[in-house]
Design a protein around this ligand. Structure first.
Ligand code: HEM
Length: 132
């Protein structure tokens, strides 16, 4: 799970509405927090890169960021804070190859899950809830 979340969130953007609570987190890196506050003051729910270092590369950089309190989403930041996941976060943060290997394995597993298609499943409009 640490592999998938961090790897998936090592590219792409997050909307301010999904991490607004983080802007009041006293533990967040102050420079990042100030930048996010400024961006999120804009209209139409602005978005920012999930990986503030290498946003166009699937890599281990996000693990280094969350170890320095620079996670955007709470779920990402919590990976570095929680006892059950902080160990693997530290290992990925210092071992680019290990992360790469694990991410490939995780994506293979995901590919074999057997996604429901047609009337058997649905693509959610909002990931948090069934469509109806
Ligand atoms: C390849 C895998 C993944 C990709 C590409 C991905 C991508 C994203 C993106 C782009 C967002 C921001 C959405 C927006 O702002 O509109 C997001 C948010 C989020 N993701 Fe992922 N993600 C992945 C895997 C995961 C996994 C495995 C989990 C948890 C088990 C997860 C949990 C979350 C959560 C909690 C949010 C915040 C959304 C909310 O609070 O509703 N993600 N993800």
């Amino acid at each position: 799970m640490v592999t998938l979340i961090g790897g998936g969130h090592s590219v792409g953007v997050a909307h301010c509405s999904l991490f607004r609570d983080r802007l009041r987190d006293p533990a967040m890196d102050p420079t990042l927090k100030a930048r996010l506050r400024k961006t999120c003051r804009g209209p139409n729910d602005p978005s920012v890169f999930l990986d503030q270092g290498t946003p166009f590369r699937v890599d281990y950089a996000i693990y280094r960021q969350i170890k320095s309190q620079k996670g955007i989403l709470r779920i990402d930041q919590n990976l570095a804070l929680h006892g059950s996941t902080s160990g693997i976060v530290s290992r990925f943060a210092s071992d680019r190859r290990l992360f790469g290997k694990r991410f490939v394995e995780a994506m293979h597993k995901m590919g074999a899950i057997g996604v429901l298609t047609g009337d058997s499943g649905e693509i959610r409009t909002n990931c948090r809830a069934f469509n109806n």
